[in-house]
Design a protein. Structure first.
Length: 490
């Protein structure tokens, strides 16, 4: 029986859910508080510059291709992307510049030449990360984790037989320190903890498998920028009959005898057989389930990091920079102590510079570049005032000036600033937390909010704040889990 399904939020998880459910014949309506779709994956157009505002790294593109092929409608060939030769360019305070080539052989050779790391160590590490991913991805990513039926499945039994390979007893940093002699590579692979807003000095070494996707499978980039992923998916969803309603603020989930029956939206009532939530789960319970207590797991788990972002239009091209660039802090461990223990911005942060115009060629005026300049930041606890932001801006510019040997500030002709406050305001993420909960414990995967709650029938959860986590591939995976759940419950 086809059902009437309401989706809260049009982030990647919500859009992917809409496509999957509409392709199976359901009547799907998506409610989005903003005036356009995308959630954190959005865009800014200002002064002739275009900026992607959210996720900037594109891995496992086949997951997007699959969504664009679903349903009995003519698939579009408008979405195009290419594989990157260099995944990321890394800058260190000692002057070392390391290209993370997509070709593992080339990357290992460069690392050997630049930081004196034996090639065999790098290949051995990447092989182990690939084995860990192959062993666990089906269980941890593409199945509804922490359910008995999942643990009893073939994927669950496979992991149980080789549990030691998941490396859960070490932290990411401890494993990386044992794997490499070069402090440069230790820092490079520690960085993958930030991909889900976590502390690599606390997060389990299992998360090191994130590096496998970039260094073995490869990284990609859409020809028209990251927001084109949203644009093409929404167009496909609309072909399938999905109704998107923007500037539609959901005030409450309606329940009858612990079963979701619809939504209160803009003061009116929308009846539905099921509700799929793509909103940050903490704010979901706080604002849309006012008579329900916040689940214990959300109270116990540490929030992920947030971000401070400067969107700078530059009146100059920087040929030495690539699409993705990282300028490391000298004291990486201390930076994470500030992020998670002190809840303060670090004076010498690791700086990420993303320049989509390097690929698109059209995101900036001729002879100019669009810089997305981001640092990891603690969630909002009231610490973000004008003085703090001004000092951080100067610290970032000083760092970039020093490491690029250029007066970066003199080339800024346009500026927009994003903070944990604006992230929460625009995307309803609690405290500006980008990934909901962090993975700063070996039990984090078991504690993450599930894709359904047994005490509420007809209520499902997708997106970066629930299982399996944040980032485009994982949000799409959450939509697949929910779609299967709904089919199995019919």
């Amino acid at each position: 029986m086809n059902e009437k399904i309401a989706i809260i939020g049009s982030g990647i998880g919500g859009i992917a859910s809409a496509i999957r459910l509409a392709a199976k014949g359901h009547q799907v309506t998506v409610f989005e508080q903003a005036g356009n779709p995308g959630g954190k994956l959005n865009e800014i157009n200002k002064d002739g510059f275009r900026f992607d505002t959210g996720p900037s790294l594109f891995t496992l593109p086949g997951l997007v291709d699959e969504l664009l092929s679903l349903g009995e409608v003519e698939p579009s060939d408008a979405f195009k992307y290419r594989k990157l030769d260099i995944v990321c360019k890394y800058y260190y305070e000692d002057g070392t510049v390391l290209n993370a080539w997509a070709d593992p052989e080339r990357f290992a050779t460069e690392a050997c030449e630049k930081v004196n790391e034996p090639v065999w160590r790098i290949h051995n590490y990447l092989r182990k990360m690939g084995e860990m991913y192959d062993l666990s991805a089906d269980l941890f990513i593409f199945k509804p984790f922490a359910r008995w039926e999942t643990f009893k499945s073939d994927a669950g039994k496979k992991v149980a037989r080789q549990l030691h390979k998941l490396d859960m007893l070490f932290s990411m940093h401890q494993r990386n320190k044992r794997s490499f002699k070069s402090k440069h590579l230790i820092k490079l692979f520690d960085r993958y903890g930030t991909y889900n807003g976590s502390n690599p000095y606390k997060a389990p070494a299992t998360l090191n498998m994130i590096s496998h996707l970039e260094h073995t499978d490869g990284a990609y980039f859409p020809e028209k920028g990251m927001y084109d992923i949203v644009r093409q998916l929404v167009l496909h969803a609309q072909k399938l009959g999905v109704d998107f309603r923007f500037n539609a603020r959901v005030q409450e989930v309606l329940l009858e005898e612990k079963k979701a029956t619809g939504l209160k939206v803009n003061g009116g009532v929308f009846s539905a057989d099921r509700v799929v939530n793509d909103m940050d789960v903490t704010n979901f319970y706080k604002h849309l389930m006012p008579n329900r207590n916040l689940p214990l797991r959300l109270r116990l788990m540490e929030k992920s990091s947030s971000a401070v972002i400067f969107y700078w239009g530059m009146n100059k091209k920087f040929p030495n920079l690539d699409l993705h660039n990282i300028f490391f802090a000298e004291n990486y461990k201390e930076e994470f102590q500030y992020l998670f223990r002190k809840k303060l911005l670090y004076h010498d942060p690791t700086v990420y510079v993303f320049i989509s115009n390097k690929v698109t060629g059209s995101d900036a005026p001729e002879g100019m570049e669009n810089w997305f300049v981001m640092i990891n930041a603690p969630v909002n606890k009231g610490q973000y005032n004008e003085t703090v932001m001004s000092e951080m801006r100067e610290n970032i510019l000083s760092k970039l000036n020093r490491m690029l040997k250029n007066d970066v500030a003199s080339h800024i002709v346009s500026e927009t600033i994003g903070t944990p406050l604006t992230i929460e305001e625009q995307t309803s993420s609690a405290g500006g937390s980008i990934y909901g909960s962090s993975s700063n414990s070996r039990f984090a995967a078991f504690m993450r909010h599930p894709n359904r709650m047994s005490r509420f029938k007809g209520l499902h959860f997708v997106g970066g704040s629930v299982h399996p986590g944040g980032g485009i591939p994982l949000c799409i995976a959450s939509a697949g889990i929910v779609s299967e759940d709904i089919q199995n419950e019919k």
